[in-house]
Design a protein. Structure first.
Length: 308
């Protein structure tokens, strides 16, 4: 919020931390050979790096964080579309209905945010059209990242079917191989490193260490991101895709609510309606209702006491 363009230094720090941890504990300092051929990881990493960078830059294009999170929740739409085109898949009517609901939710939130940008009273008449054009460019960037992320998921699914699931290995290579690409972003990363160092000092509780507060925020972000991404990669191998999708959807919803309430982002009734469409549609897609039915049926029912 203080430095909207700091996405590159945040992403670089996350990638570097996960890569170093994986190099030590998963790759055994480079002595362990990967189970999946390295050339396949290069393809996956190119997609992964592109999606990360484009999503970061979208925040610089008048895209509010709640809209950013809701838009990325439309991954089901992109996955279904590319699944039909590339894998020749066919889906049930309920699947198509859920995708239509998600699409309607994203359209509602996008349209209302467009009205907010166009009518922002803080912009003068000269800046208004320019801000709106930047916003349209941001929507285009999010759309591209959404489709690229779906294509990466299909590619990853194909690899796992062929070579087996290796979550820790994939986590390491997906974060280690893109590191040289950050050289292209070095000036931006260095600029924000300087800005971070000039932020107000903060004393870390318990240990009493004093450091610029933005570096403390970055450290907390890196640690929590590692826990999050590690959990998701493990979840893909331990649970069904239904469980993974449901957990990630609920996590997005909690993040959205926190973002709105804590940072006081503008959110109208139409935004709430669009949000409801997105998440209800996502739950419909995962068919969680069908899974909860048998589970509830197996729960022991309390017997009524016999009459005296």
């Amino acid at each position: 919020r203080q430095f909207p363009g700091c996405g590159n230094i945040v992403t670089f720090s996350q990638f570097l931390f996960i890569a170093v941890e994986g190099f030590i504990f998963e790759a055994n300092f480079g002595r362990k050979r990967p189970a999946i051929p390295i050339r396949n990881y290069f393809i996956m990493v190119a997609m992964f790096f592109t999606v990360s960078v484009v999503n970061n830059y979208a925040l610089n294009l008048n895209i509010a964080m709640p809209l950013h999170m809701i838009f990325r929740s439309g991954s089901l739409i992109a996955s279904m579309a590319l699944g039909i085109i590339i894998l020749k898949k066919r889906y049930s009517v309920s699947k198509y209905s859920s995708i239509a609901l998600v699409s309607l939710g994203i359209f509602t939130c996008t349209f209302m945010s467009a009205k907010q940008v166009a009518s922002d009273s803080s912009l003068n008449q000269e800046d208004g059209p320019q801000a709106f054009l930047w916003w349209l460019l941001g929507i285009g960037a999010l759309t591209f990242a959404l489709l690229m992320s779906a294509r990466m998921g299909i590619f990853q699914e194909t690899l796992y079917k062929k070579f087996g699931k290796h979550s820790k290995e994939a986590l390491f290579y997906n974060h280690a191989l893109p590191l040289p690409g950050f050289l292209l972003l070095a000036p931006n990363i260095y600029q924000h490193a300087v800005l971070f160092s000039q932020s107000e000092l903060f004393q870390v509780p318990v240990i009493g260490l004093t450091l610029p507060i933005m570096w403390f925020y970055l450290l907390m972000n890196v640690i929590t991101q590692y826990v999050c991404i590690r959990g998701v990669f493990i979840l893909t191998t331990e649970c069904t895709s239904l469980t993974v999708t449901l957990v990630v959807t609920l996590r997005k919803f909690v993040s959205l609510i926190f973002s709105i309430l804590y940072f006081q982002n503008p959110f109208t009734g139409w935004h709430w309606l669009g949000t409801a469409f997105v998440f209800v549609g996502t739950l419909m897609y995962t068919e969680v209702w069908n899974s909860l039915g048998p589970l509830l049926a197996r729960c022991p029912r309390r017997r009524r006491p016999k009459e005296e």
